[in-house]
Design a protein around this ligand. Structure first.
Ligand SMILES: [Zn+2]
Length: 303
């Protein structure tokens, strides 16, 4: 049986929903945000971070997933994931969406990587409007180097399902999610593990160049990879084959991009990736690295 670690899950806490809606000035009392919004979305209402963490553990157990990275998915929600990680340190690794352009960025970064013991800084340059080779990103890499954390940088196409469903404006500048700018920065910090989700989400060629250029850059395999529609005839097995040809099996991390309940952990994406790997002729050893070995190497337990 395969050992599975999922490097890409979103922790959609009640605080996440509160901040998401408050920042878009929908006039509801803050305490009601998560109930009202999760009702609108057809989600289970997230209660406390502790209970949501337990919900995730039950879900991982159900699907025999050993460990998962949980992403605090809006700046300001680091504490929720901090609580989840503190409660289940052997199951979760904490990532957090971080905006390096925010006035309190320095203190927030320090606290998340320090007191809260989160292990991955998640950058969304197209959303927060900065370049990945900006000096503010340099400060992120410096902190990650000191604290032995990873940098997760969303490149390429960015659609946030929950924003879409709620009709929230998403004025993203996709040009800023450039894997080549990221490689310029990553090459200065060779000990910092870097993760580009969704094979570069449309910037496959640039992501592969970045992987080839920087031994510390990894790709995650998560989501339905619907960006493949921009490449005529491209299939997921061809994507795996090419990524393995360029970077080898050490540079791919399995992920699903699972997020809300009751949908829970997205087993169909796991099944589709297993099928693609089989078609691509990925051997058992390489597959084990992709499904769990690389995750365990980057995020060892008790570190
Ligand atoms: Zn995601």
């Amino acid at each position: 049986m395969n050992t599975i670690c999922d490097v890409h899950c979103h922790f959609f806490s009640s605080r996440f929903l509160e901040i998401l809606v408050a920042s878009n000035r929908q006039h509801l009392p803050a305490a009601e945000h998560s109930t009202v919004i999760s009702g609108l979305l057809g989600w289970e209402t997230p209660t406390t971070p502790e209970e949501l963490a337990d919900r995730w553990v039950r879900e991982l157990d159900l699907h025999k997933v050993s460990r998962a990275a949980l992403i605090a998915s809006i700046p300001g929600d680091e504490d929720s994931v901090g609580i989840a990680v503190a409660k289940h340190p052997s199951r979760f690794v904490g990532f957090f969406m971080f905006d390096p352009t925010a006035p309190d960025a320095g203190a927030r970064l320090k606290r998340a990587l320090g007191d809260l013991r989160l292990r991955g800084v998640a950058l969304f340059p197209a959303m927060h409007k900065y370049r990945l080779d900006d000096e503010r990103v340099d400060a992120v890499f410096k902190a990650a180097e000191e604290q032995r954390a990873a940098v997760f940088a969303h490149c390429g196409v960015l659609t946030v399902g929950v924003r879409k469903k709620l009709g929230l404006a998403s004025p993203f500048d996709l040009r800023l999610g450039d894997p080549l700018s990221l490689s310029a920065m990553a090459s200065r910090y060779p000990t910092v593990p870097v993760i580009i989700p969704h094979f570069g989400a449309g910037f496959l060629r640039e992501a592969l160049i970045a992987v080839d250029q920087c031994p510390n850059i990894h790709l995650d395999t998560s989501s339905s990879n619907s960006w493949m529609k921009y490449h005529p005839g491209l299939t997921l097995d061809a994507v795996f084959r090419q990524a393995l040809r360029v970077g080898g099996p050490e540079r791919l991390l399995f992920g699903t991009d699972s997020s809300f309940f009751p949908r829970g952990w997205q087993r169909p994406l796991y099944d589709a990736q297993l099928e693609a790997m089989a078609l691509a002729g990925v051997g058992a050893e390489a597959q084990a690295r992709i499904l769990s070995g690389n995750f365990e190497r980057l995020f060892p337990l008790n570190s």
